[in-house]
Design a protein around this ligand. Structure first.
Ligand code: GDP
Ligand code: MG
Length: 265
């Protein structure tokens, strides 16, 4: 077991599939013999199928924030994002009760509450050290068009830039895409030329120049990282994601379970 666990923050637009993916990935890890601890940092989550080991709702609950501060749901989300930062040491203490190699952190549904608030950087720094990375989830509802894909790439680069941590890009819910579509989208990430062609095809107007400039900026900012196709519903891409995490943390392709079944005597 490593001294410091690897912490993965799952981020992406609302409904991209963060909570579902964290839940499915934790189950896959357990089945494959790896241990992990799940942390929910979304005070508004209502997913009942997912029972995280550490839950921010033990300290900050959206309905209570709404009532206490006289706020509507949106205002309460923003207030809660900062209240969470005040509870980060409680979260860390709760986490320290677990000995694990891998911590999976589900972040608030609305990405701006995580990506664009100073408090989130404080949370990430308090909860994890060098061995931490981000998983940015591409919702196929947006990623299926070339312009939507470019927008998500920008957002992913933005998150990486803000948190200064390695960022793995995942395409979620591929079970919802018609045959061949996931491959096409993944291809856009592999070859910017194909993406440029798709952008032009989609809107052959003068505005397309802007998209090209954006594309060039993305290419210059960071090499396009491969987009990993996944489906939490069908369990697709979970092992590949685990391998990508290992590689990203310099652990090579070592897939030895930390808790192999005991040898018979
Ligand atoms: N078909 C399908 N639906 C999914 C998958 N992952 C998530 N969903 C659905 O997408 C919606 C949003 O998922 P959720 O995990 O709550 O997204 P979050 O806001 O990013 O946490 C829910 O209705 C999920 O059931 C998947 O792999 N396949
Ligand atoms: Mg969620």
């Amino acid at each position: 077991m490593a001294e410091e666990p690897t912490t993965i923050y799952f981020t992406g637009t609302a409904g991209a599939g963060k909570t579902t993916f964290v839940s499915a990935f934790a189950k896959w890890l357990a089945t494959a013999g790896y241990d992990s601890v799940t942390v929910n940092l979304d005070p508004g989550t209502e997913a009942s199928s997912f029972e995280p080991e550490v839950d921010i709702r033990d300290w900050v609950r959206l309905p209570e924030v709404m009532e206490e501060y006289g706020l509507g749901p949106n205002g309460a989300q923003v207030a809660a994002a900062d209240l969470i930062a005040l509870k980060v040491f409680e979260v860390r203490e709760a986490l320290e009760a677990f000995r694990t190699d891998l911590v999976l952190v589900d972040t608030p549904g609305q990405i701006e509450l995580f990506a664009f608030r100073e408090s989130s950087k404080a949370i990430v720094d308090a909860l994890s050290g060098e061995r931490s990375l981000l998983a940015f989830l591409f919702d196929p509802a947006l990623a299926k068009t070339a312009s939507g894909f470019v927008s998500l790439l920008m957002l992913s680069a933005n998150v990486e830039f803000r948190f200064r941590r390695p960022t793995l890009n995942l395409l979620t819910k591929v079970d919802l895409l018609p045959a061949g579509r996931a491959e096409e989208i993944v291809g856009w990430g592999e070859e910017p030329g194909r993406l440029s062609d798709a952008v032009t095809l989609e809107s052959p107007t003068p505005d397309v120049q802007l998209s090209f400039e954006l594309l060039r900026a993305i290419e210059a900012m960071a090499p396009l990282s491969a987009l990993l196709p996944t489906s939490a519903k069908e369990g697709a891409g979970l092992e590949e994601f685990y391998r990508a995490v290992q590689r990203s943390m310099g652990g090579g392709e070592d897939l030895e379970p930390s808790h192999a079944p005991p040898e018979p005597e």
